[in-house]
Design a protein around this ligand. Structure first.
Ligand code: NAP
Length: 293
C-alpha cells in the first residue's frame, strides 16, 4: 500500500473508454476519486489528473491479473469496482443462437465481472468499505423476462445472481455489492434512438459506487426492463443520484451525529477533484508510471 502516492479513494471501471463506462469514470473523478479507467486497447482513454487508463480485457485471465498486480503495487487498495464492460451479442432466440457467440457474451458479461470481482476482492476488503457495482440490465430480470436476445439475457441474469451471492459472501468484509440497469441509453450498444443520455445512464451506478456504509447491498435498481432489443417504453426513471444520495444521508442522519460524521469521513474523498496542485500532478504521474508497470 502506498498512501504517500495518492490518498484519494480509488475506483476501477471496466470498459471506460466509451459509452456509459466513460461517463461513470468522469463522474467518479468529479466526485473526488482517482479513477482507473479500464480499456482493452491502449491509449483510448482521455486521461486527466483524476483519470488514469489501465489496460484491461475482462475476458482474459492474464489481462485481469496484470491489471490487479499493477494496482496492488502502485496503490495497494481499491474502494470501488464498477463492472461495466459488456457486449450485446445478437437478438436471436435460444433456438437460433450460435453457441460459440453465446459463450463469448457470457465470457465478457458474466465471467468478466466474476473474474474481475474475484481478482479485486483482496484490494476491496483491505479498506473495509469496498463497493461493487454490476452494470446489468432489466433484460436479465427473471421476474420480467421476455424472449429473444438469448445470450445477453442469460448473461445479465447470471450477473444479477452473482451480485446477490457476492453481497452475502462479502458482507462481513464491509463490501456492498449491487446491480443496476442504466435503462436504454444512447451509446454504441443502445443506438442513437435510445431515450436516455449517458449522463442519465451513469447516474445510479455512480450512486451505488459511492454508497455510505449504511447503503443497500445485494439489490437491483434500474428502470423497468428497458434494454437494447426491448421495445421502447416509458418506464419510470430511477430517482436521480442526488435524490438517492440525500435519502442515504437521511438514513445516516437518523443514526446520530457521531455516526454521521464517521460516515462522512469514510465517504468523503480525501482530496477534491479538479485541483491541479503540483503535489496532485506529481502523485498522478507517479500513479501513471507505476500502472504502466
Ligand atoms: N446502452 C444501453 O441501452 C444499455 C442498457 C442496459 C444495460 N447496458 C449495459 O451497460 C454497460 C455499458 O454499455 P454501453 O451502452 O456503454 O456499451 P458500449 O458503448 O458498447 O461500450 C461497451 C464498453 O465495454 C467494453 N468492453 C467490451 N468487451 C470488453 C472486454 N472483453 N474487456 C473490457 N472491456 C470490454 C467496450 O470496449 P471496446 O471499446 O474495446 O469494445 C466498451 O468500452 C454494458 O454492460 C451493457 O450491457 C447498456
Amino acid at each position: 500500500m502506498n498512501e504517500r502516492m495518492d490518498d484519494r479513494p480509488v475506483a476501477l471501471v471496466s470498459g471506460a473508454n466509451r459509452g456509459i463506462g466513460r461517463e461513470i469514470a468522469r463522474r467518479l473523478a468529479e466526485d473526488g476519486y482517482l479513477v482507473l479507467a479500464g480499456s482493452r486497447a491502449p491509449a483510448r482513454v482521455e486521461e486527466t489528473e483524476s483519470i488514469v487508463e489501465i489496460e484491461l480485457d475482462v475476458s482474459s485471465d492474464a489481462s485481469v491479473d496484470a491489471a490487479q498486480r499493477r494496482i496492488e503495487s502502485a496503490i495497494g487498495r481499491l474502494d470501488a469496482l464498477v463492472n461495466n464492460a459488456g457486449i450485446f451479442g445478437g437478438h436471436e432466440s435460444v433456438a437460433g443462437y450460435d453457441l460459440e457467440r453465446a459463450h463469448e457474451v457470457l465470457e465478457t458479461n458474466l465471467f468478466g465481472a466474476w473474474r474481475l470481482s474475484r481478482a479485486s476482492l483482496p484490494l476491496l476488503r483491505r479498506g473495509g468499505h469496498g463497493r461493487i457495482v454490476n452494470v446489468s440490465s432489466g433484460a436479465g430480470q427473471l421476474s420480467d423476462m421476455n424472449g429473444g436476445n438469448a445470450a445477453y439475457r442469460v448473461s445479465k441474469a447470471g450477473m444479477n445472481a452473482l451480485t446477490r451471492i457476492l453481497a452475502e459472501d462479502e458482507r462481513s468484509h464491509g463490501i456492498l455489492a449491487n446491480s443496476t440497469c442504466p435503462g436504454w441509453v444512447r451509446t454504441d450498444m443502445g443506438g442513437q434512438g435510445a431515450p436516455r443520455s449517458v449522463e442519465e445512464g451513469a447516474d445510479t451506478a455512480v450512486w451505488l459506487a459511492t454508497l455510505d456504509d449504511e447503503g443497500p447491498t445485494g439489490g437491483f435498481s434500474g428502470t423497468a426492463s428497458r434494454s437494447p432489443g426491448d421495445p421502447p417504453a416509458g418506464g419510470r426513471p430511477a430517482p436521480s443520484f442526488r435524490a438517492r444520495r440525500a435519502r442515504t444521508a437521511g438514513w445516516v442522519g437518523r443514526r446520530g451525529r457521531g455516526a454521521r460524521r464517521a460516515s462522512r469521513r469514510r465517504r468523503s474523498p480525501r482530496a477534491r477533484p479538479g485541483g491541479s496542485s503540483p503535489q496532485l500532478r506529481a502523485r498522478r504521474e507517479a500513479a501513471c508510471r507505476a500502472l504502466a508497470g
